[in-house]
Design a protein around this ligand. Structure first.
Ligand code: ADP
Length: 401
């Protein structure tokens, strides 16, 4: 038999060709392959050949519910072969067989990768056409078919993995090139704008200075977006490494609060902290997380107000060790309940994010922040009520002492 030479790309076409080969080589009238469907409650025809009818015709048996008391369902359930001299003697068999003139029927289980997957049957219009020798032969054929199916499935899975890997690679290369090619020129524009601002200041050109300040701000935002893209790429390719050192999270939060207070007059940033909270962290990354949370708090509190940043120590969730708990709380627009679970997703923007005026974010800030925190062994979550405000929490393992 030349089954091995059959095509493997399309399983349906493959099985169809296989049934035709079996019909011809075993000199039977009909061959059918029934495979368990995805739900697992029926066997469906994936290939059927009949000597008397042209290929492509409706199979004698298109579907067989596994809850039916049919001997074919029993073959699948028990794994035992089934042989009948004349289908008219067995009323529990589908009536389509007898109606099509079938008399003798032989069925064996089909095992793929050690798992029972379906039934292979052959039928003849001649009463008593099959013997136990045919039964043994069909068993051998079914084992071979099972093996080929397994290979076909493996090949298909391998091809899928290969395609996915290629897609990933293209995406990564694209992101890498775009980010690097964009970052340098924008950084240069920003630097020159700063120089021009100083000149305008010296020349007493207030209007020029104002325009250049806007330009610098926008270039800064663009750099922020490019950095987000780069971080996203590093996270996806597993290249984001942490450079951990001993740090005091209160000192770190103080710096962030002081820096960001200069960016807003409408909001008052208030830091609540007791004594120092030491932790081993990548300072630059945790600073990035905190900046992101406070900037969001500012961005999504358009009417201004207090933004509270709290840094505390607490007992770990297992009742042992200690952890640092940071919270950033605003009285802004809040987040709707159906968005709450999704704001940490990549590229997700809730209503507030989509409506935000000015340069749009990418909706990746919180995703990156949570990844960074989780890579430190911490957790991050949010509590929020629409129109009332939001509190973003994060925990980090605190150092002892
Ligand atoms: P971006 O701010 O760039 O859209 P983020 O990942 O930082 O992306 O935030 C995702 C979304 O979560 C935002 O678009 C916004 O809808 C919502 N969000 C984040 N922080 C707040 C906040 N403090 N108050 C209300 N909504 C927020």
């Amino acid at each position: 038999m030349t089954l091995a030479a059959l095509p493997v790309q399309d399983l349906g076409a493959y099985l169809q060709a296989m049934t035709e080969t079996i019909t011809r080589v075993l000199r039977v009238d009909t061959t059918g392959v029934l495979i368990r469907d995805e739900a697992g409650d029926a066997l469906v025809s994936l290939g059927a050949a009949d000597e008397a009818s042209p290929p492509g015709r409706e199979p004698l048996l298109a579907r067989l519910s596994l809850s039916e008391p049919s001997p074919l369902a029993t073959v699948f359930r028990t794994g035992l072969p089934y042989l009948v001299v004349d289908v008219r003697d067995e009323p529990r068999l589908p009536s389509a067989f007898a109606a099509a003139g079938v008399r003798a029927l032989l069925a064996v289980p089909l095992v793929v990768g050690g798992e029972r997957r379906g039934v292979l049957y052959v039928a003849s219009r001649r009463r008593g056409a099959f013997t136990s020798a045919d039964q043994a032969l069909l068993g051998v054929v079914a084992a071979r078919v099972g093996l080929l199916l397994e290979n076909a499935e493996l090949a298909r899975r391998r091809a899928e993995l290969e395609r996915e890997r290629a897609r990933q690679q293209v995406r990564q290369e694209f992101l890498g090139i775009v980010s690097h090619e964009l970052k340098t020129p924008v950084a240069v524009i920003k630097a020159y704008t700063e120089v021009l601002q100083q000149r305008a200041e010296r020349a007493g050109d207030a209007e020029g200075r104002r325009i250049l300040a806007r330009m610098e701000e926008q270039a800064g935002r663009m750099l922020g977006l490019i950095d987000d893209l780069l971080d996203l790429q590093r996270l996806q390719s597993g290249l984001l490494s942490l450079e951990e050192s001993d740090a005091d999270l209160v000192a770190l939060a103080t710096r962030v609060v002081e820096e960001l207070q200069t960016t807003t007059q409408a909001h008052r940033l208030v830091l609540h902290a007791g004594g120092p909270v030491p932790a081993r962290v990548d300072r630059r990354r945790i600073e990035q997380v905190l900046i992101n949370l406070v900037e969001n708090a500012i961005k999504y509190s358009p009417r201004g107000g207090d933004i509270t940043i709290t840094v505390n120590r607490a007992v770990g969730p297992d009742g042992q060790g200690s952890q640092a708990v940071l919270a950033v709380s605003d009285r802004g627009i809040g987040i709707a309940p159906h968005d709450l679970a999704r704001v940490f997703e990549r590229f997700y923007q809730a209503q507030g994010g989509r409506l935000h005026r000015g340069v749009r974010g990418l909706g990746v800030g919180l995703y990156i922040a949570r990844e960074i925190v989780e890579r430190h062994g911490g957790t991050m979550w949010v509590e929020s009520a629409e129109g009332v405000g939001s509190t973003f929490y994060l925990t980090l393992p605190a150092a002892e002492g």
